[in-house]
Design a protein around this ligand. Structure first.
Ligand SMILES: Nc1ncnc2c1ncn2[C@@H]1O[C@H](COP(=O)(O)OP(=O)(O)OP(=O)(O)O)[C@@H](O)[C@H]1O
Length: 238
């Protein structure tokens, strides 16, 4: 893990070429590649994906929306259909899979989860950037199907030193010793070097800095427009 920069350190990759960017300067030349309004945010559990996205959504309202996944698992107390998940049955899910309605789907502990094309299209039709919080395997599945899906999402990975994850997950107070161990074991795969895969890799040491980097990058690649006065939305993130 690169620890050279006290706040952020990232690898920038556009159009298939990757370059290590020690000084954390956002590339100034927009790439020729045209991205869809789909933001895929990967990174190990506890790295702060939700925290960073929440910060961005607060500062830039009505612009981003989380894609709501389908699942066959039972709703937990307080979870609302259509908000937390589209809760559905195994039969319906299998039917949708056979009709190729998902851009990715997986089974976890006997339950099925999937991101539907319809959900992404719905958000894009509302002029929202669809945000997908998915694991590395899901990212790889989607990337393999770019041609079929006719979608070119922006892939971003949020990272942090492995040792810090344990502190954050413990501090969040949501994990049992067993679930903490599973998340930390999975974190190793989520932090594996994947040269050229992500369009941006950014460390989340300070939430605001990480959010600013992400926003500046989206502006650079044209997924997010600038503010009316021509300034970056990053200036709003405090
Ligand atoms: N930059 C940061 N510095 C310190 N703590 C942070 C930072 N970013 C997030 N946290 C804290 O770390 C914990 C994990 O963050 P968060 O829930 O956003 O992670 P996540 O990547 O979305 O996890 P999951 O994939 O499990 O949903 C939270 O308690 C959050 O407040």
């Amino acid at each position: 893990m690169d620890q050279t920069n006290p706040t952020t350190s990232k690898t920038v990759s556009m159009g298939g070429t990757a370059c290590k960017n020690e000084s954390a300067v956002v590339p100034s030349t927009p790439p020729s590649e045209s991205f869809s309004k789909i933001l895929i945010v990967a990174g190990p559990s506890g790295v702060g994906k939700s925290t960073v996205i929440k910060k961005i959504m607060e500062c830039i309202p009505n612009t981003f929306a989380f894609s709501v996944s389908h699942t066959t698992r039972q709703p937990r107390p307080g979870e609302v259909d259509g908000i937390n998940y589209h809760f559905t049955t195994k039969e319906v899910m299998e039917q949708l899979i056979s009709e190729d309605k998902f851009i990715e789907q997986c089974d976890v502990h006997g339950n099925m989860y999937g991101t539907s094309k319809m959900e992404i299209e719905r958000l894009n039709s509302e002029n929202k950037i669809a945000v997908l919080d998915i694991d590395i395997q899901g990212c790889q599945k989607i990337k393999k199907r770019h041609d079929v899906l006719q979608m070119n999402p922006v892939y971003i990975r949020i990272k942090i030193a492995y040792e810090e994850l344990e502190k954050r997950l413990t501090g969040r107070g949501t994990e049992t010793p067993e679930s903490l161990k599973i998340r930390l074991d999975n974190a190793k795969a989520e932090l594996e070097p994947m040269p050229g895969f992500f369009n941006l890799e950014v460390e989340n040491q300070v939430v605001e800095d990480c959010a600013k980097e992400l926003v500046s990058f989206l502006e650079t690649v044209g997924v997010l427009g600038l503010q009316e006065d021509g300034s970056s939305h990053a200036t709003c993130i405090k």
